[in-house]
Design a protein around this ligand. Structure first.
Ligand SMILES: Cc1cc2nc3c(=O)[nH]c(=O)nc-3n(C[C@H](O)[C@H](O)[C@H](O)COP(=O)(O)OP(=O)(O)OC[C@H]3O[C@@H](n4cnc5c(N)ncnc54)[C@H](O)[C@@H]3O)c2cc1C
Length: 652
């Protein structure tokens, strides 16, 4: 491979560490390229090998190579020609679940409560690891062990967890109120670190890191000593924004206007629900383009799109500036996204494990297959090493079969009188079948029309409308974070860069896991990218973003990561070639569940049945779960719909 001098500076030529290379990138490729055909007719695979340990893999993870090709060939109509007639495994189960995310794992948990612990359950998942979006990334840097979250970050939801979702959290032994015991809340503040904004030269004319005065209301800068107006003043002095933009920003905050005089609060909210925040800023508040650019990526972590595709009403809910002069009634307006409606009770229900909600997935697996995850308490799960060879064990009533993509789910016989369903799945390039009394599809809804040909067109259309939000959750293991300390930051918003958020790991120590507390120690830096394409309707942006993520190589992503960290942290002494120990890009072309949006989904404003209600209707012995079933990208919804789906198949 030819490297230019910039590549050399960035360190793209470096083998990250020998161990990372052997256990990481090389093994990722190896797992996908395992000679499955040597394994005969048994649906065995690499997951029985003692070396099989996906959490330690680096490189391109999330929807990794090997996980999506089968479903794409099913979509393209080529799968059955290539796979041929499926081999009957002869296996029969009470329940076969498609999807080993939190919804699928919870469905198995609920089913056992109703049908008993001896109920035979098979869970199929197309990835090489369980947990769905709730994935764990492990790193070893020098002698330090570091965890990162590959997807689902924490127990949190804009609305309070339902009684059923809370009951699962409690049964797993997770004591949410005890969170403060594990969090080193003041660590970064005690080192003088504050959130900052990185202005890039392509978007703002120069590369500059500036104190984040508080782009989302409240004093979030972490600087308790200074008032919001002092911080704004400093920001205006430092930020590379046009002079007019600075005056406009000051006006938005300090000279609020009523842009709709004579309208009632409800009438104003109805207008705001139909206009994007970007248009509101440009056309109603009439601010300089730099302000729009600065706020553009602010909603990425919640919606995976920018302010061009988020309503002004939702922006008001998030405390973005420009609304105080409207004197709106604080009650939520019609068509507001649930994320935009503040809820104090929900805000308090928060818990972040170092691997995010992968710990929930691991605790569920422990309940279903105790031998797979040693231990018996919430804390000890964090450091427990999963034994993947135990996941699909013939002696266990519950089996989790990884690297296995469901390709067809159908009733054996007439829908009304069938007593069994048959699930066909592909593993290692071959198709197999197994039978069960019922099936729960806890997988992504867009896949289901390709699995169940017998569904009505109306239901298929509703399922297909659940366009997932494409995202990258990137974890970069650094040998130290002294550059963050020198630049006095722990969190950077970068509206013009490839990854728009860069954060030092949330400092949590639990169950023998010790997070980094000294800047000289290795740490995991989390970077987030929403693959959006501004200016188009949200679903179109998601489709384009998905294609973008599937077609971008890891090498391209790595170069962008190294370049971004070098430009942001270089003035603090950061050297990407020296300081980066490992990179794991968790690529989620099918990320968050699509949430309804008053700009593009008229039913969300006008009322009526929502697509997710049509999509999740049971079909004979087949029920449908997943967070898509609630059009709500949160763990509690994945659990709620597992509960409903189990109720549907067990009620007769
Ligand atoms: C990057 C990211 C961050 C998130 N952060 C949070 C957070 O902090 N808090 C929160 O509450 N929620 C978060 N979420 C939302 C998260 O999706 C839900 O919380 C929850 O984990 C979803 O669980 P699920 O089981 O419904 O779906 P998933 O986790 O997506 O699991 C579905 C599984 O089905 C598999 N599948 C699909 N098709 C097939 C097939 N044909 N055969 C076999 N298997 C198949 C999929 O590959 C996947 O593994 C996040 C999501 C993403 C993508």
């Amino acid at each position: 491979m030819v490297h230019d001098s910039r590549d050399r500076e960035l360190g793209t030529h470096r083998r990250i560490t020998r161990r990372d290379f052997i256990n990481g990138v090389a093994v990722t490729a190896g797992a996908a390229m395992m000679p499955w055909h040597l394994l005969g007719d048994e649906p065995a695979g690499p997951d029985k090998s003692p070396d099989y340990y996906p959490p330690a893999l680096t490189g391109l993870r999330g929807s990794h190579p090997g996980s999506f090709e089968t479903v794409h060939s099913l979509r393209d109509g080529t799968f059955w020609d290539e796979a041929g007639k499926p081999v009957d495994t002869g296996e029969t189960y009470d329940l076969i679940i498609v999807g080993g995310g939190i919804s699928g794992l919870s469905a198995a948990h609920f089913y056992r409560k109703t049908a008993g612990a001896k109920a035979r359950i098979l869970i199929l998942d197309n990835h090489d690891d369980f947990g769905g979006h709730a994935k764990r990334n492990e790193f070893r840097v020098n002698n330090s062990f570091r965890l990162g979250f590959g997807g689902t970050f924490s127990i949190e939801s804009p609305a309070p967890y339902s009684a059923i979702a809370k009951s699962v959290i409690e049964e797993l032994g997770i004591d949410v109120p005890s969170y403060s015991k594990y969090l080193h809340r003041d660590l970064y503040r005690s080192l003088g670190l504050h959130p900052r904004i990185f202005f890039d030269k392509e978007t703002f004319g120069t590369d500059k890191l500036v104190l984040n005065f508080n782009p989302r209301g409240g004093n979030e800068s972490g600087d308790a000593e200074r008032s919001s107006s002092d911080l704004l003043k400093q920001f205006l002095a430092d930020a590379p924004l046009a002079e007019q933009a600075k005056r406009d920003l000051q006006r938005l905050y300090q000279d609020p206007k009523d842009y709709f005089p004579g309208l009632t609060s409800d009438q104003k909210k109805a207008k705001l629900a139909r206009v994007s925040y970007a248009s509101y800023l440009k056309e109603i508040a009439v601010v300089h383009e730099d302000i729009v650019k600065m706020y553009q990526a602010q909603p990425h972590p919640l919606f995976g799109v920018g302010i061009d595709a988020v309503s002004a009403q939702d922006a008001w809910g998030f405390d973005l500036p420009g609304f105080s002069g409207l004197k709106l009634d604080p009650a939520p307006g019609k068509g507001m996204n649930r994320d935009a409606i503040p809820n104090e009770e929900a805000e308090k229900y928060f818990f972040h494990f170092p691997d995010g909600n992968a710990t929930i997935a691991r605790l569920l697996v422990r309940k279903l297959i105790p031998d797979a995850i040693p231990g018996n308490a919430m804390d000890d799960a964090v450091m427990a090493k999963a034994n993947y060879a135990k996941l699909d064990d013939a002696g266990s009533p519950v089996r989790i079969r990884l690297n296995s993509t469901a390709v067809r789910v159908r009733h054996l016989g007439d829908l009304a009188s069938a007593r069994e369903v048959e699930v066909a799945y592909a593993r290692g390039g071959k198709a197999y079948t197994a039978r069960a009394k019922s099936s729960i599809l806890a997988c992504w809804h867009v896949v289901i029309p390709y699995l169940c040909e017998d569904l009505s067109d109306k239901q298929k259309q509703a399922l297909a409308s659940a366009q997932k939000v494409p995202l990258l959750y990137t974890n970069v293991a650094l040998r130290n974070w002294t550059s963050f300390q020198k630049l006095k930051t722990n969190s950077v918003y970068a509206p013009g860069m490839y990854h728009t958020f860069v954060n030092l790991d949330l400092p949590v120590s639990i169950g023998g896991y010790e997070c980094a507390r000294k800047p000289e120690e290795p740490i995991v830096v989390h970077m987030m990218k929403a693959a959006c394409h501004p200016g188009r309707p949200a679903r179109d942006q998601h489709r384009m973003g998905r294609m973008e993520l599937f077609s971008t190589t890891f090498e391209t992503m790595e170069r962008k990561i190294r370049d971004q960290l070098a430009r942001t942290l270089g003035p603090g002494g950061f050297d990407p070639a020296r300081d980066i120990a490992a990179i794991t890009v968790n690529r989620w072309p099918h990320g968050y569940a699509y949430e309804y949006n008053s700009l593009f989904d008229s039913f969300w404003l006008d009322g009526g049945e929502t697509p997710c209600e049509i999509a999740r209707r049971p079909f004979g012995r087949i029920a449908i779960a997943n967070s898509d079933a609630g059009a709500y990208a949160y763990t509690d919804e994945a659990i709620n719909h597992a509960w409903r789906a189990v109720g549907e198949i067990t009620k007769s």
